[in-house]
Design a protein around this ligand. Structure first.
Ligand SMILES: [Zn+2]
Length: 313
């Protein structure tokens, strides 16, 4: 572990926000990235919150969506972003679930974002796996379930709050029933609060928290991910670790393992797209690239490059 943290510490000391790159540099980086992806035999994607932000889904700041659909919650509770609403200390379970129901229905109604659809298209015909820390359901809906590990869970499911059992149920029907009953109100009716049928405790969104359920579904995702990565690396083919929009909150899930697996496998390449990052650890030199740009723009350019390659072929 100390070696991993060493890599990370060295990276942190490299400086904070990188300068914006000029168009020419960005185009060169994207061309390199397109070549790396074209040659890849397997792609391991790690997706963080920046990917959903690039699709216009902002859970962390005040947004037009928040002002439109969630203003009634702000008037009563005072918070001004969806994440603040998620972690707000409500006076009652009915008020808490009033917001959770609205948030849950909002996430499920949001179309799969353009960057996710573009990525799915870019990965077509390749062996790939997607690991994500996002809980907004975008990865779940954009890619086949067998290619995905939802590390932090997914807001689209509910678990027992304790948890006493290994049960996940879809959140949307529960949310819809509460919203129908609430009308313009902000609190869910007591008799509609979701309860575990086995122990009677309130259910909770299946997202990382104390009591997060790492049950069959989660462990199955972990097994499939680990098998995919070890098979890909052992095959001797070219493996690209593609990191997209990963912030600084949880480096131990995607960023550091991707660095470490690239460092220790000569057939691996670390490719990152991130607006706020510019450099990689020097141990990866020659087998790493950061494209410093907005994911949506970069995917537009990559898609264009791919189409050009297909026409030339
Ligand atoms: Zn229970």
């Amino acid at each position: 572990m100390s070696r991993l943290m060493g890599l990370y510490a060295q990276h942190l000391s490299a400086g904070v926000a990188p300068p914006a790159v000029d168009e020419e540099t960005l185009a060169r980086q994207v061309e390199q990235a397109a070549n790396v992806l074209a040659r890849a035999d397997a792609v391991v994607c790690g997706i963080g919150s920046g990917m959903s932000t690039a699709c216009g889904y902002d859970h962390y700041g005040r947004s037009a969506v928040f002002d439109g659909r969630f203003a009634k919650f702000e008037r009563v509770h005072g918070f001004s972003s969806l994440m603040d609403g998620l972690y707000h200390l409500y006076a009652s379970n009915e008020e808490r679930w009033g917001f959770l129901a609205a948030y849950s229905a909002h996430l499920e109604a949001a179309p799969v974002g353009r960057a996710y659809r573009q990525l799915a298209r870019l990965l077509e015909g390749k062996e790939y796996f997607v690991l994500t820390t996002n809980i907004d359901g975008q990865v779940r809906r954009a890619f086949p379930g067998e290619n995905v590990w939802l590390f932090q869970g997914d807001f689209g499911f509910l678990q027992c709050g304790q948890p006493c059992c290994d049960e996940l149920v879809p959140a949307l029907p529960v949310a819809r029933a509460m919203l129908d009953a609430m009308g313009d109100g902000i609190a869910a009716p007591s008799d509609l609060l979701p309860r575990c049928p086995h122990c009677g405790w309130l259910r909770a969104p299946w997202v990382r928290d104390h009591g997060f359920l790492e049950g069959d579904a989660w462990r199955d995702g972990k097994r499939r991910y680990e098998r995919f990565v070890s098979d890909a690396l052992a095959s001797g083919g070219r493996v690209v670790f593609l990191e997209l929009g990963v912030g600084g909150m949880t480096p131990s899930i995607i960023e550091i393992p991707f660095w470490e697996m690239t460092r220790t496998n000569s057939n691996a390449f670390y490719l990152r797209v991130n607006m706020g990052k510019a450099s990689e650890p020097r141990q990866l030199e020659g087998r790493s690239l950061t494209v410093t740009g907005d994911i949506a723009d970069v995917f537009d350019m990559l898609t264009h490059q791919r189409e050009k390659k297909e026409q030339d072929a």
